[in-house]
Design a protein around this ligand. Sequence first.
Ligand SMILES: [Zn+2]
Length: 138
Amino acid sequence: MPSTVTMFRRAALLTCPRCGSRRTFIKHWLGRYERCRTCGIAWHREHGFELGPIALNVVITFASLAVGMTVAFVATAPNFPAVALTLGMVAAAIVIPLLAYPFTFTLWLAFDLASHKPEQRELEEAAAAIAAKSFQGA
Ligand SMILES: [Zn+2]
């Protein structure tokens, strides 16, 4: 397994944290294959895995909104354009989670792989899935 720093760097670039390939489990911006198409590691490593990326997406969105609101308030004080700020924050609250969506899955997989190393059985399943190519919808 690569180092934790390497896995997070790969995840931040939307590549597979394990193998570094761009042919990862990301099918399109909002869709995923069952496994990385290069190394075969499954992104859904355990029941409820999706909660991690969802929580990470919420944290990224709320942190971005907090920074955005703080900068906007400081930049426009003392005459706050309330309507413009509200509309801007609502738009950001819709756009930021969509932009962050695939990154939250690769980042959470990096976190999960770093904190919970794959067992031999999982690695054998990954290798078998790559050999069979049964998960790519082809
Ligand atoms: Zn991979």
